[in-house]
Design a protein around this ligand. Structure first.
Ligand SMILES: C[S@@+](CC[C@H](N)C(=O)[O-])C[C@H]1O[C@@H](n2cnc3c(N)ncnc32)[C@H](O)[C@@H]1O
Length: 269
């Protein structure tokens, strides 16, 4: 099969598009990544240049979401950065244990669902029958479909502590052989929604804890500041904001105070 080249002008067009829509900033080094991710789609659509694909995007709004989905990076896994979940456990056994009303946690760039389901297992484990819910949102509709399905290859189960795996996951049989699923008893308390953090947010209410991990790395400083401002409006006073260990809020927001590396708290009102 003949390789289709992505020239610099075409790269700049796609870079502009993903920045405008998602706030994602792509450096020049990402040119091969863009070519690789869009190349297959271009062929599926019977096109012979990236420029033609960009023009098609202007005409077909339904293709827009497909291109955005292809340009997002969705790497994730269960119990990623386990210190955050140790911290959540402590909160659930202590400060948040007797908080009145339903406990609400938001996973703001949830990818294929491993992060919100990890949170849900801990909530179920520590809160018992007390009401709780998880909002799990992402920009990519394709990845949200996977997340809603809540089924994963068995290898992914390795990251889940044994007792939680046995209690909250179901091993697939028949046509689901080699897969496991999240038990509907907890999955039904995780609500998936498409939310673009780069635009005005819908009215999602107030949260006790917000996880926003491994997504701001793709944003420039200005976008990070705007995203933080939007999200912090939905964190209740005294609530916690958790980013990845590879990220920092230095120079981005001083509305929350660091209490441990990558864990922040909004001061009480
Ligand atoms: C690398 S994953 C992070 C998954 C998970 N939070 C974790 O730490 O494992 C980044 C996710 O951010 C999403 N994303 C990128 N830009 C976004 C935006 N503007 N609004 C919402 N989600 C976005 C991508 O679709 C992708 O699923």
């Amino acid at each position: 099969m003949e390789t289709i080249a992505l020239n610099d002008a075409e790269f700049r067009q796609f870079r502009g598009l993903i920045h405008e829509v998602a706030g994602i900033s792509l450096s020049d080094a990402k040119k091969p990544l863009v070519a690789g991710r869009l190349g297959k789609r271009l062929r599926q659509r019977g096109l012979t240049s990236y420029g033609d694909y960009f023009r098609l995007l202007q005409r077909e709004s339904s293709e827009h979401q497909i291109a955005v989905d292809l340009l997002t990076t969705n790497e994730t896994y269960f119990f990623r950065e386990p210190k955050h979940f140790d911290f959540l456990r402590q909160l659930l056994q202590g400060e948040l244990r007797s908080r009145p009303g339903p406990l609400r946690i938001w996973s703001g760039a949830c990818s294929s669902g491993e992060e919100p389901y990890t949170i849900a297992m801990l909530l179920a484990e520590h809160l018992g029958q007390r009401p709780w819910e998880v909002l799990a949102s992402d920009l990519s509709t394709r990845i949200l479909e996977q997340a809603r399905a809540g089924t994963y290859p068995l290898e992914e189960a390795e990251g889940i502590p044994r007792e939680l795996l046995h209690k909250y996951c179901l091993k697939g049989t028949g046509r689901h052989e080699g897969l496991f699923g999240i038990d509907p008893v907890i999955a039904k308390r995780v609500h998936f929604s498409q939310i673009n953090l780069n635009t005005t947010l819908p009215d999602v209410g107030q949260f006790d804890v917000i996880f926003l991990r491994n997504v701001m790395i793709y944003f420039n400083q200005d976008t990070k500041r705007k995203v933080m401002e939007r999200l912090l409006a939905h964190l209740r006073p005294g609530g916690y904001f958790i980013i990845s260990h590879s990220e920092s809020l230095n120079g981005i927001s001083d509305a929350v105070k660091v209490i441990k590396p990558s864990i922040y708290r909004k001061p009480d009102a």
